[in-house]
Structure formats: C-alpha cells, structure tokens
Design a protein around this ligand. Structure first.
Ligand code: FCB
Length: 445
C-alpha cells in the first residue's frame, strides 16, 4: 500500500543533487579547479582522503541517471551548476564546453518531462576566486552575478526557476568559521562577512535572473532551535543560536534587516562588511519561493566556556542516521509553522529543497522509507496548518560524495557501487515512485 498523503494539486515531487558530489570529470572539457578539489587533496581534510574526482561519474552517465529519475516519475530535478565549468577562473573567458554540458542535461530532462531546478552555487567556488579572498572578498558577489547572467542567458529559455545559493549558513560555518569544509578556513566569528557577501551575491544574481523573466529562490538550511531547559540562560543561548543559524540568512531577505547579533559582540554592519544600500539590493528582487533544507532540530544550552554565546546539547531518545543525526520528523512541521508565524505575509511559498538521511549500504532501506514517510506526514501537517508548501525534493537521488565524510554517508534512493559505478535502486526508490504515482492518480481521479 503506498503511503497516503493529502497534498494539494500541483504539488511538485523532486530529488536533489549537487555538482561536486556527483559529476566527477574534474579535469575534463576545460573545467577549472574549485576549492573542493584543493581542499579534498589536503591530507586529513576528508575522511580516508576521498575526493570528488570521479564521484558518481554523472558527467558521463547523466542519461542513465535521468532514466532513473523518469522511473521515479519526478516533476522536478534539483542539481547544481559548477561555476568552474562555466568560467574556469571565476572571471574572464567563458568555457563553452561547460555550458554545453548543462545544455545537454537540461534538454535531456525536458525530453522526459522533468523540470530542471538549477542551483547556481553549491560550494564549489573557482579556486582563483578563493585565492583572491573567496567569500571574504566583496568582489566575489559581483563575479557571481556575472556568472549567473552567463548561465541564465544560455538556459533561461528552458529553465523557469533558479536557486541562487545553497545553504549559505553551512558554507560560512563549515567552510570559513570551523574549517571542516572547503576552503578550510577557521576564522570563527571573523567569518561573518561571508554571510553578507553571499547575501549580496544573491541579491545581485536575483536581479539578473528577474531581468530575464526568471523566478528566484534560495535554499537555506534551517533548524528548529530547542532550548535545553526553560532557564533564562538556556533561552538566551537558544535565541542567539537561532539568530545565527536561521535569522541571519532569512531576515535580510524577507525583512530587509539583519537580526540582533549583539550576543556575539557583532554590530549590524557584520564586521564592517555591510555598505550603505546593500540591504536594499538584497531585498530589491523579492523571492518567488523559499527553499528549505531540513535535516534535524538543534538543542541549545548556555555556554560552559567563554567564546560563543551558546553550546550544543544532545537530542536523546530518537533514532539516529549513520551520520549520527537525530531523526525528528515533526521538526519539519515545527519549522514550517514557525516560519509562517515569524514572517507572516512576507514568507513566500516554500519548497523543501533537501530532506533525507544517510543509511547503511542496505538495499532494503526501511530506515529511509520511515524517515521519508515521517517527514512527509509532517509536511502534510504543516500544509493543514496553513503553510504554503509547493514541493518536496528529497536528498538525494544517488549515493554520492558527502563532503568531509567522502563516500561514507549514503543518502541515495539509488545505491551506487563506487568501484563499478553500478546503480541499484533501493526499496525507498520504489516506495517514492509509488507515493508519487498514487498522489497523481488521486489528483486525476
Ligand atoms: C546539506 C548539503 C548537501 C548534502 C546534505 C546531506 O547540508 O546541502 O549537499 O551534503 O547536506
């Protein structure tokens, strides 16, 4: 029996991936090096020294992967465009072969009735731009807008909606504050200009997309923040964490201002990076949709040592993924209703742009099926409580290169044998396919 869900007509079903995690072919057809090539080559940076040099070899095997998507009956496919394929040094000459690849991909998707939903930046910055300061350098925002215009000019006749950035919070914290991801810088709070420059990049790119008549989204990683207790100190810590993780990347877009970061000793100019007029630029092109990536809630307590104004506390008594992430499906409902309550009429329609879990290699992945079923029930509950959610893109279509964890975390509906590149659909693939088909049948009937 397929899982039954009451979702509106026109609700869109999808799956998500990202360029560096699946494409491979890092030296082919004129692609320039990205920060992830550099970081993955650094001894000790990634578990077992894994790199994305081959990944799922999707660059060559995309027809097979699109056939898998067609088998699922997807409405949409979220992938990312590798900036270093389009402009190998991030500025200067355009690489036609890079554009050709995404042109072929888009046509192949459309040929089977799947709408492409590209993300323009999913963390693989051209290395040359990183050498000039990366996202600490304001100029990167302008380079991003140029690159956006180049890609949109080529694909905008067939691709109606675009995601500018993926998870600017995670990129800032993991990439620039803690050094767990590329570019591997550990600047702690000095990383904050990275937040502003990414949002500025979003604003500039959004204007370029809108000028071409295209819809604009951003994909934010959001988390319900749970205070560890009702003690004042824990409540204050939770509020500080919420400002950093959630509000920093959503308030400027929806309310035109930065949240209060005084708990961090940071003023509204984010370390001097905010120039006059920037917030206007960031909001000038209203979002057509907010992409929400949800994995788990975060429990926060008062700090026990000096430094940050919060400490993370464990969430106990729930299942955990192989990544050790707690599984709390209702957190998705809580998050969505919380966004509606916080932003009211300023909240655009929401699309879940990522949600999924890593499991063991097993093909009979009942863990993943339970995970997806629980989260989709939570999504349906949020809809019933009045939140406008338009679609759900699961992470991920394929097992892939999971950043600092290399090939150790398997998020795919489809198992990938990385030695042979053989794809084998898991039980969750059939489950998702049947769920989508049942939903469509109800709409039609
Ligand atoms: C998100 C990333 C995505 C993937 C999932 C598991 O933070 O956007 O690329 O790694 O986590």
């Amino acid at each position: 029996m397929p899982h039954r869900l009451d979702l509106p007509a026109g609700f869109r079903w999808g799956a998500s991936t990202a360029a560096y995690q699946i494409e491979g072919a890092v030296d082919e057809d004129g692609r320039g090096p990205s920060v992830w090539d550099t970081f993955a080559a650094r001894p000790g940076a990634v578990r077992d020294g894994h790199t994305g040099a081959v990944a799922c070899d999707h660059y060559h095997r995309y027809p097979e992967d699109i056939a898998l998507m067609k088998g699922l009956g997807l409405d949409g496919y979220r992938f990312s465009v590798a900036w270093p394929r389009i402009r190998p040094t991030g500025e200067g000459a355009v690489n036609p072969a890079g554009l050709d690849f995404y042109d072929r991909l888009v046509d192949a998707l459309l040929a089977v009735g799947i709408t492409p939903l590209p993300t323009l930046f999913h963390w693989d910055l051209p290395q040359t731009l990183e050498d000039a300061g990366g996202w600490l350098n304001r100029d990167t925002a302008y380079r991003f807008a140029e690159y956006t215009a180049i890609v949109a000019d080529r694909l905008g006749d067939r691709v109606p909606a675009w995601i500018t950035l993926n998870e600017p919070f995670v990129h800032m914290v993991y990439g620039y504050a803690l050094g767990i991801h590329a570019p591997g810088r550990a600047l702690m709070l000095d990383a904050l200009p990275v937040a502003h420059h990414q949002l500025l990049a979003h604003g500039l790119a959004a204007a370029a997309l809108r000028e071409r008549g295209l819809d604009v989204l951003i994909a934010n990683n959001l988390t319900p923040v749970w205070p560890a207790s009702s003690a004042d100190a824990d409540l204050a810590a939770a509020e500080a964490y919420d400002a950093l993780h959630n509000r920093l990347f959503t308030d400027p877009l929806l309310l035109g201002r930065y949240p209060d970061l005084s708990a961090y000793g940071v003023g509204p100019d984010l370390g001097g990076s905010v120039h006059d007029g920037d917030l206007k630029l960031i909001t000038a092109t209203p979002l057509d949709g907010l992409g929400v990536n949800y994995y788990n809630p975060t429990r926060i307590a008062a700090p026990t040592e000096p430094g940050l104004p919060f400490a993370e506390a464990p969430i106990e008594g729930v299942p955990r993924t192989t990544f050790d992430w707690p599984v709390v499906p209702d957190g998705l409902r809580e998050l969505l209703t919380g966004l509606r309550d916080r932003y009211g009429a300023a909240l655009p329609p929401v699309t879940i742009t990522e949600n999924g879990c890593s499991t063991t290699e097993e093909l009979d992945d009942t863990f993943r099926i339970d995970y997806l079923a629980g989260h989709l029930d939570a999504l349906a509950a949020a809809l019933a409580q009045g939140v406008d959610v338009r679609g759900y893109y699961t992470w991920s279509l394929l097992d892939n290169y999971e950043w600092a964890e290399g090939y150790h975390q398997r998020f795919g509906l489809v198992h990938v044998d990385f030695a042979t590149q053989k794809r084998t659909p898991r039980a969750s693939y059939a489950w998702y396919r049947d769920l989508i088909a049942a939903h469509r049948a109800r709409q039609a009937g």
